[in-house]
Design a protein around this ligand. Structure first.
Ligand code: 2AM
Length: 174
């Protein structure tokens, strides 16, 4: 199974972001369906069922020792990365708890044999893939207040109509 941990915006927020994108951020690339919007916390890659079970127990134990509270994130910054060729939307600043959660989940993945996530953690929602150039600055600046009260472990599945992300476990932020 190809797995990753991510925060999931509410369907209403995802819809509002997709509407803003359609109106104000036209880009050359493949628009990610709103149902697939997520903020990756840690990417794990291929994980066996046995390791998945251990990983979920490890997350349970970690949260028992102290779960972060609901994360409030203001998405105000559109961005573009040339190497993965994606256009994204993210916060211009974010709470330390978010970095700590991403780091902890990465460590739990490494303990189960997954590759470490490299580089600085930068929360974002990918809006377009396959972009060869940054889109023009949006006519209306984005300003979305997200209240994120859970995160999930998702399985990425490649189907005939495209990729879908299926939650295999979820944890509440209190
Ligand atoms: P991103 O779109 O937020 O950048 C599921 O595949 C998600 O995991 C992708 O949406 C991508 O997040 C992230 N991802 C995929 N491959 C990755 C990799 N090799 N390293 C880090 N993150 C990756």
């Amino acid at each position: 199974m190809r797995l990753f941990f991510a925060l999931e915006p509410s369907p209403e927020d995802a819809r509002a972001i997709a509407e803003w994108r359609e109106r104000y951020l036209p880009a050359q690339g493949r628009a990610v369906p709103a149902a697939n919007f997520h903020i990756t916390l840690a990417f794990l890659g291929e994980v066996s069922q046995q390791r998945l079970d251990r990983l979920c127990s490890a997350v349970d134990n970690t949260l028992d020792a102290g779960a972060p509270s609901t994360l409030e994130l203001g998405l105000t910054e559109p961005g573009y990365w040339s190497k993965p060729r994606i256009c994204w939307l993210g916060p211009d600043r974010w709470p330390r708890e978010l970095d700590q959660l991403a780091h902890k989940l990465d460590q739990l993945g490494v303990a189960e044999g997954c590759k470490r996530n490299r580089g600085e953690y930068r929360p974002h929602i990918t809006l377009y893939r396959g972009c060869d150039a940054p889109p023009p600055a949006p006519i209306l600046a984005p300003d979305f207040e997200l209240s994120l009260d859970h995160f999930a472990l998702f399985e990425s599945r490649q189907g005939r109509t495209g990729v879908s992300y299926e939650p295999v476990a979820a944890w509440e932020l209190l």
